[in-house]
Design a protein around this ligand. Structure first.
Ligand code: SF4
Ligand code: SF4
Length: 180
């Protein structure tokens, strides 16, 4: 009988191997103990969240993978990932999860943790600063448009000062270095 030739080629891996010594075992508990994390451990990796996500196709880490990474303790990778900031907050994943895992809200928690560590993408930080400085994100009608229409330069009754003051004293203001 012919001898089967031994294979010497290493197996093909589609993802980088996980370095067990680099896992943060407390990360799972950190997210689990937050108000949105109660059902985290119930995830059975069905990928329904990813199938429901309108933009996951362009992500390196899909929603179900991010949930799995949290469960494994891949804190560094999750908090440094672009995906947590690219989430559209459409809640499609969360609505469809058969295990009631609050995927969208968990991504919010991850953003908050990343922000507390100073990992805020520059475009998000700029938006945050604008919000804290102006008390609003979008100018409802630009001054020049109002002038063209023969209206007063400012929108009558628009009060943003209290919002500005409140935001400056908030955690968001402190994280963005906008507190007094
Ligand atoms: S849909 Fe829910 S149970 Fe399925 S992988 Fe996503 S989080 Fe886990
Ligand atoms: S909330 Fe975010 S992760 Fe969930 S489906 Fe929408 S874009 Fe995807």
């Amino acid at each position: 009988m012919a001898k089967t030739e031994e294979k010497t080629v290493p197996p093909v891996t589609l993802v980088d191997p996980i370095e067990l010594s680099e896992l943060d075992r407390d990360f799972r508990e950190e997210i689990h103990s937050m108000p949105n994390g109660e059902e985290l451990g119930a995830c059975f990796a069905c990928s329904t969240c990813t199938a429901a996500c309108p933009i996951a196709n362009s992500w390196d880490y899909k929603p179900h993978q991010l949930v799995r990474m949290i469960l494994l303790g891949m804190r560094k990778e999750v908090l440094a990932s672009d995906e947590i900031w690219l989430c559209l907050t459409c809640f499609e994943c969360q609505e469809r999860c058969p295990q009631n895992v609050r995927v969208t809200d968990i991504l919010f928690d991850c953003k908050n943790l990343a922000a507390e560590e100073g990992r805020i993408p520059p475009n998000v930080a700029e938006l945050g600063k604008e919000l804290v400085e102006q008390g609003q994100l979008y100018v409802i009608t630009a001054d020049w448009e109002r002038e063209d229409l023969g209206l007063e330069p400012s929108l009558p009754g628009l009060q943003t000062e209290e919002v500005r003051n409140m935001l400056k004293k908030s955690r968001t203001g402190r994280m963005l270095g906008e507190d007094d």
